[in-house]
Every structure is written in structure tokens, then in C-alpha cells.
Design a binder for this molecule. Structure first.
Ligand SMILES: C[S@@+](CC[C@H](N)C(=O)[O-])C[C@H]1O[C@@H](n2cnc3c(N)ncnc32)[C@H](O)[C@@H]1O
Length: 312
């Protein structure tokens, strides 16, 4: 299967990275290398790009796509939460720009056997990194009622979470839930018929999204990594993060703000005594959103938001 993915907010991201031809850049979510290719083509022989992805198929696709610039591109299969270790192992201290384009690629969604999609019947997998032992099947069959409710509410904002979890618990008393198709059937049974009839999106969309976010620890990894990534930026270096979920966007917005103004002194104090100093400034007071043209040509861009931070 060809690796097909249209890069979201491509020009906006590349422009905001302020690429210096001799600079060092890191793409923490390489995917098919769409964004990285645009970075690599702007680099001189002295410039360097490090691309990280945890998915083997993405690594293969990006290696092919970035072949013309292979002399100054280093591709590493890892989680971006390990970015500091990756940079240390390459003898790199500070970098001039970091990019994250979060979530899954269209390729991962479309590859039926990966279990990310509710559109085809496949084993319940949903791992971005297939070396990890835990799959979506483990979550569906082993999580407690409270844990399932938490992820459906928090990550899926699923109104019918209680009904869906109830049906999952009932089904798994009888047998192990093995496939995406079985899960879709369970979800359909849980949602009232008149709601199903009226709803515009797929009824399983929110549940699948919630399980994927939980399984791949997407929000924890983001939260854990932003400060470390900002610390690795050289003065004037920028980090650009594209999110697709309101909780992701909130994390980026809040943590960028905290890095801009980390002072914890009460507002009544005439001067700062906590000593915490700003690490830079938020470039995007409001997130950058896809243009009408992009929305028209790439439905995946619908919920995308780009935020940018610059290091002092
Ligand atoms: C939206 S795609 C990136 C597409 C890419 N920007 C392009 O234009 O081709 C997201 C990619 O990030 C990877 N990914 C998501 N979370 C990751 C993480 N924590 N560490 C490493 N890779 C991750 C996924 O495997 C996927 O390949």
C-alpha cells in the first residue's frame, strides 16, 4: 500500500520555522516526510534535519521521500518523548527548530490491518509503535468500567459513554472482543436508533479516537516533552506544534504561556521574587488555522491548529 498523506498547514509551518540554511531542525512526527521534505530542501550542505517517528511504515516512507537530501537527514525510529536522548546520541546540543504534527497519518488510518479505522473489520490494534506489547484489544477487554468511562468522556467527549461502556462490559462477559467490526457493532447497539439516524459523523469515531489516544499515551507524551523540547532550542529557535484535538491544543497553549511567563509570584508582589525567568515568547496569540482552500482539499485539516513559540 502506498503511503498517502497530505501534509496539514504545510506552508504555514515551514514559514514559521524561520529556516536558516545552516540550521539544525527536528521533526518529531516524521510520518511520510511531507513537512520534513520542505525543511530539507531549504537546508544547505551544512544544515541538518533529524526525523523521528515510532511507526515503521512511516520510517520506510520518509526514508524514500527524503532520499534526495539523505546526506544531511538522519532518520530515527523512536518516540519523540526520547528526543533529548536522540539528540545526545548524535552529539547535538541545541537546535534551531522543532516540529510536531500530532496524531496519526492518513496512511495509518487507511491501512486496514492497523485497526485504527472503524470503516473496515480488522484486529483491534491501534498501536503507532508495533513493538509495544499492549493493543486496543487489551484496553477494551481489560480496562475497568471507570477507566473506560474516563477515556470515552475525556478523550472522546462521547455523550453515550455510559451506554457504550455498558455494552462493552456485557459483551466481554460472554467472549473476548477481538475486532474493530465487533466494537463498531457494540457502539451501534449502545446509541439510540434515532440518534444514529440523525448523526452526521460515524457513530464509532469518538470511541476509536479515545482508545487510540489512551493506548498511545498521546497527551501524556506531549505534556512530558514540551518543556524539554523548548530547553533544546537555540536562541531565536522555534517550535511549531500542530494539534487535532482540543485537549492537545489546550496543553500546547498552556505550556507555551507558562514558558513565556513562568513567574509564580502573587500578583500583589511589586517585584518578582520566585526568580523564574521567561524562556521566550508565544508567536501565535491565536492559533493558525487552515485556509478555506486547504479545508476544501483536505478534510483531515478540519480540526488542525498550529501554535508557535520562540526561544529567547
Ligand atoms: C500526522 S502524521 C505526520 C505527517 C507528516 N508531518 C507529513 O507531512 O508527512 C503523524 C506521525 O507522527 C507519528 N507519531 C505520533 N506520535 C508520535 C510520538 N509520540 N513519537 C513518534 N512518532 C509519533 C505517527 O506515527 C505518524 O506517523
Amino acid at each position: 500500500m502506498e503511503f498517502e498523506h497530505i501534509s496539514v498547514l504545510l506552508n504555514e509551518t515551514v514559514k514559521n520555522l524561520n529556516i536558516k540554511p545552516d540550521g539544525i531542525y527536528v521533526d518529531g512526527t516524521l510520518g511520510g516526510g511531507g513537512h520534513s521534505g520542505e525543511v530539507a530542501r531549504r537546508l544547505s550542505g551544512q544544515g541538518r534535519l533529524i526525523g523521528i517517528d515510532q511507526d515503521e511504515a512511516a520510517i520506510c516512507a520518509a526514508t524514500k521521500h527524503l532520499e534526495p537530501w539523505s546526506e544531511h537527514v538522519t532518520i530515527v525510529r523512536s518516540n519523540y518523548r526520547n528526543m533529548c536522548e536522540v539528540l545526545n546520541s548524535l552529539g547535538i546540543d541545541k537546535v534551531d527548530g522543532i516540529l510536531l504534527d500530532l496524531g496519526v497519518s492518513s496512511y495509518q488510518l487507511d491501512a486496514a490491518d492497523r485497526g485504527f479505522t472503524y470503516r473496515v473489520d480488522a484486529p483491534l490494534d491501534m498501536r503507532m509503535d508495533q513493538r509495544n506489547p499492549m493493543t486496543a484489544k487489551d484496553i477494551i477487554n481489560n480496562y475497568s468500567e471507570d477507566e473506560l468511562l474516563r477515556i470515552l468522556w475525556d478523550y472522546g467527549e462521547e455523550k453515550y459513554a455510559r451506554q457504550i461502556v455498558g455494552k462493552i462490559l456485557k459483551a466481554r462477559q460472554d467472549h473476548t472482543i477481538e475486532t474493530t467490526g465487533e466494537l463498531v457493532d457494540i457502539i451501534r447497539q449502545a446509541i439510540p436508533a434515532k440518534v444514529l439516524k440523525k448523526s452526521q459523523g460515524h457513530p464509532a469515531k469518538r470511541t476509536f479516537q479515545a482508545i487510540r489516544i489512551e493506548l498511545n499515551a498521546e497527551l501524556d507524551v506531549l505534556k512530558e516533552s514540551i518543556n524539554e523540547m523548548i530547553d533544546r532550542l537555540a536562541p531565536g529557535g522555534r517550535i511549531c506544534i500542530i494539534t487535532f484535538h482540543s485537549l492537545e491544543d489546550r496543553i500546547v497553549k498552556t505550556m507555551f504561556k507558562q514558558n513565556e511567563n513562568p513567574c509564580t509570584c502573587p500578583p500583589s508582589f511589586p517585584i518578582c521574587v520566585c526568580g523564574k525567568q521567561s524562556k521566550g515568547r508565544v508567536i501565535t496569540r491565536k492559533p493558525i488555522l487552515p485556509s478555506d482552500d486547504e479545508l476544501l482539499h483536505n478534510s483531515r485539516s478540519k480540526s488542525a491548529k498550529l501554535r508557535v513559540f520562540e526561544r529567547i
